[in-house]
Write a protein that binds this ligand. Structure first.
Ligand code: NAP
Length: 269
């Protein structure tokens, strides 16, 4: 699996990781499948797992915890604090609760899930710095932040760097191309593209068949290959089904050419 540097950390992460929204709400066979899917993904190199305290009210984190028990040393673990918990004490408590649910000693990346204009970003970031200082998280990230909000967040974080911004991006959802991607590229902030498969609405009929044949890719693989083409971007397709995880893990084995990338970008613009 190809890797990229996370922010300016010197640490490398896989360009295709695993998302876990809507995972962990089930029991029995489905729960076993979701655990197996995540474990298989780790074995195939998708060692970046994204979750959040609000996913299934903690059930996604608990399931991830069960899945990674034997793999903790190999996995880069990212979770998120919900905007209603952005007051100082709440951030600290949320992170500690997530750590407990995940069954780990620390998380690798702690992200602010959405901006919350009702709580001063300085207060939230003071808590994030405290979490870094106490070893509860290694890195700080944001999610769904505009360029301006990312800059404000960075200014409120004097002792650490914002290493990532997790935002929606796919071949059919391109609004971040005008300003956020160039900004993150320049500042060396990793863009974590969420919903890269358009939440499952894969535009199969619009994807050129000759390109799928040329690269021996499925439509989903081509979408993931496209979305991770540019330097600052990694992605986290949902990873709850074994067959999809295996398919997605192979999506960047070969790279599409620059001219095919350009042609696809134009077709969907
Ligand atoms: P997504 O990954 O674009 O799409 C998920 C859908 O695609 C599911 O229905 C899944 O089906 C299907 N799928 C997965 N692999 C496939 C394949 N190879 N072929 C065909 N279908 C495939 O959407 P998402 O779950 O919204 O986004 C991914 C992750 O991003 C989330 O899990 C979450 O971690 C994160 N996220 C973050 C935010 C945020 O605000 N920060 C918001 C949304 C999502 P199966 O379930 O059957 O595999």
């Amino acid at each position: 699996m190809e890797t990229r540097e996370l922010g300016k950390t010197g640490e490398r992460v896989p360009i295709v990781g695993m998302g876990t929204w809507a995972i962990g709400n089930s029991s029995g066979d489905q729960r076993r499948e979701e655990i197996k899917a995540l474990q298989r993904g780790i074995e195939l190199g998708m060692k970046f797992i994204d979750t959040a305290e609000i996913y299934g009210h903690g059930r996604s984190e608990s399931l991830v915890g069960d899945a990674i028990r034997e793999y903790r040393g190999e996995v880069f673990l990212a979770t998120k604090v919900a905007p209603e918990n952005f007051a100082y004490d709440d951030v600290i408590r949320s992170c500690e609760t997530s750590i407990q649910r995940l069954g780990v000693k620390f998380v690798d990346l702690y992200q602010l899930h959405w901006p919350n204009p009702r709580i001063p970003i300085q207060e939230t970031m003071r808590a994030m710095e405290q979490l870094v200082a106490t070893g509860k998280t290694r890195y700080v990230g944001v999610s769904n932040f505009s360029v301006e909000q990312t800059m404000q967040a960075q200014e409120s974080l004097p002792r650490s760097e914002i290493v990532s911004n997790q935002v929606r991006y796919s071949i059919t959802s391109r609004s971040i191309e005008t300003d956020l991607i160039p900004f993150c590229n320049k500042e060396r902030i990793t863009v974590i593209a969420y919903s890269p498969l358009d939440t499952g609405n894969i535009p199969i009929s619009r994807i050129p068949k000759e390109m799928l044949t040329k690269y021996e890719m499925t439509p989903a693989q081509l979408m993931l290959n496209w979305v991770t083409f540019q330097e600052p971007i990694i992605t986290i397709p949902k990873a709850g089904r074994l067959s999809h995880v295996e398919e997605n893990a192979r999506s960047v084995d070969t790279r599409i050419s620059q001219s095919d990338y350009n042609a696809l970008s134009k077709k969907f613009s």
